[in-house]
Write a protein that binds this ligand. Sequence first.
Ligand code: TXA
Ligand code: MG
Length: 319
Amino acid sequence: MKTEIGTDLKKAIELLKTGELVTIPTETVYGLAANGTNELAVHKIFEVKGRPKTNPLILHFPNSDAILPYVQDFPEELQKLAKSFWPGPLTILLKKSELVSNLITAGHDRVAVRVPVHPVTLELLEQLPFPLAAPSANSYGKISPTKAEHVFNQLNGKIPYILDGGPCIKGLESTIIGLENNVMIIYRLGSISIEQIEQIIGYKPIIRLSSEETPLTSGMVKHHYAPITPLFFIDSINDIDKSDNSGFIFFQSDFIGVSNKIILSETGNLDEAAQNLYNALHLMDAMELNQIFIERFPACDIGRTINDRLVRATAKFEK
Ligand code: TXA
Ligand code: MG
């Protein structure tokens, strides 16, 4: 299959209406989208990603009202969050209605829903008569794409169309939240920080990210979001191999004086660092290095989300 990259909304709409896959830009990462009400189309998502069917998908809608037929109820506490953060990088788990296939929820009784904020994708969702099921547009376990070219590098030949909406402005996946017995639980750290959520609900949500049993979300899997090149934290400077075949990713400044390096935010801005993180990993992964070293981030705001992704990405290479 020939994979085309373009900005033709009409073409994207036609393909999606005929059950084909299109990758879409969002403010977080690019999504691998299909008609969420067409099981055959949704099946293709799992095939192309190589993703186990036990891992459920997020449904994307143009606005809150469009979600209502697909859920049984929308508790007030969660509506408050939706009003504060939608359109935007928050995913909410709600009891599904019979309109949502078990393939989307992997048999769970809740469905993950989100209203993204990217103008191209909002326009697309407004013109479609169905929601879009869309996981991040990477192969399973790999780094999420934040540019059309990242999608092309991973999915070339497997999908017909990449809708190019430029680089993703947030650069990290959405925060996933839901209520259990009236208590707010965060299942995946994301582009909306814990601090932002606490400000709206008035208390600290419970954070339940990793699970010993079957993980509820792929973000809970220990090894995930990983480059091909072994990735390590810069913990002890003495252990670091500073040879030409190592790459370095720093938050704000190069404090050990090396050549293959990327600085994520010269001004020390965590949001900017988040926006650049996956691109830096994609770039370094293409350099055929022996290993990549990365700094740990300050454990506040979006720095917590960055550290979460890096812990999962480095876990694969733990010695
Ligand atoms: O920012 C994002 O959320 C991006 C963009 C494309 O919207 N999407 C994304 O999708 O990150 P994905 O599939 O890569 O990650 C979604 C996570 C998965 O870990 C999945 O297990 C979890 O959401 N999830 C989806 N439906 C769920 C459900 N019903 N219950 C629990 N977790 C769910
Ligand atoms: Mg993903």
